[in-house]
Design a protein around this ligand. Sequence first.
Ligand code: PLP
Length: 437
Amino acid sequence: MNSHELFERSKKVSPGGVHSPVRSFRSVGGDPVFFKSAEGAYLTSVEGRRYIDFCQSFGPNILGHRDPDVENVVRAAIGEAWTFGACEPYSLELAEWITTRLPFVESIRFVCSGTEAVMTALRIARAATGRDLILKFDGCYHGHADSLLVRAGSGLAGVSASDSAGVPATIAEATLVCPLDDETAFEETMKCFGDRVAAVILEPLPANYGLLPQRREWIENVTKIARARGALVIFDEVISGFRVALGGMAETLGMQPDLVTYGKVIGGGFPIGAYAGRRELMELVAPAGAVYQAGTLAANPIGTRAGLATLKKIENRHVYKELESRSRAFVEQLTAGFAKADVPICISRVGSIFWFHLRAEPTRGDLSGSDADGSTIRRPDRMSPRTREWYAKFFHRCLGGGVYLAPSPYEVGFISLAHTPEILREAGDTIVAAAAQ
Ligand SMILES: Cc1ncc(COP(=O)(O)O)c(C=O)c1O
């Protein structure tokens, strides 16, 4: 069966034919490609066509698909136990490995997804402060918990309504939303509501509405103002954690969030998320404290062992250094190619995360939210109104050339250790040709 036939079948048994909206091709048009296998930097479709994959399951595969060292660990793990629902040494080993390396992680608990991690971090913040409100930033996505489906990113950015149906108004009202890159708006909001805000949550590297790198001063100011008003600061590092550095953006910026959430890379491609932070906050969680959170498959041994194998390899093989130099060369090739073809496509990049976008079109006289030349965007409202139309064509030309990008203009791309310089050069040629068409 080909992808089209499988999609027709899938639509009959699952909503929209997919199990997560970002897998559908609604933003770019056409039927999604169905894949049957993956290895390293490549995906193979059910039709037998190979694609260089820059989606990499939306981030977890920092070593590429089925890294051989991780695969060996997983095979051994499967021979021992799939799940215990009881205490075991594997999650302890991962927890110790992380807590001995990240100073702001004194205690950590593993869950099954980033959404779960964020949901619980907010619950802890509310319990710790005795306050109800949460403040998030427009364009940051923190998973699909009710209170956070307010002006989120990624899948929602492609839909006209910014809120999900089915979220009670009373829950949405407990979430305040401020613009990114705007200290004044944040300060004013905190002046009005600060004494009711339990936590300010942010992606310190927003990567769910495109890649919107923030100014260091903005992140520092937000943290300072939040704390001055008695609110906790939660860094949602589900994408950036263990991706831009072991300690994510917190390490890169030299900052210590009160709580931090992880997902993706931490499970090496298996469903693991985590929330972590200061011991006295974490000790509020059951059975130590009164904040309830539990999970049948939490700290699944296959996932924690795959995660630890991934993190150890990252450390031992100096993977961030390697990814940085390969990613830089890739972006330089693309930038030169786009300039030669005279197309207004820019690339934002932080480490091995990149994002293609059209040059920002600041409203007259207002350059905030983007760099002066429009090559870096820091706020969703700076994205060109032509983005969707342009990306749909660009995406399909890349796909036709054998390069699989995320099927949405609001999703970022990921480079893995399996993307060798040769593979990146080949992909770069395809992408430049697609842009120039
Ligand atoms: C920053 C951030 N937080 C939370 C989540 C939710 O994680 P999950 O999809 O594992 O539930 C995501 C997912 O993309 C994310 O990027």
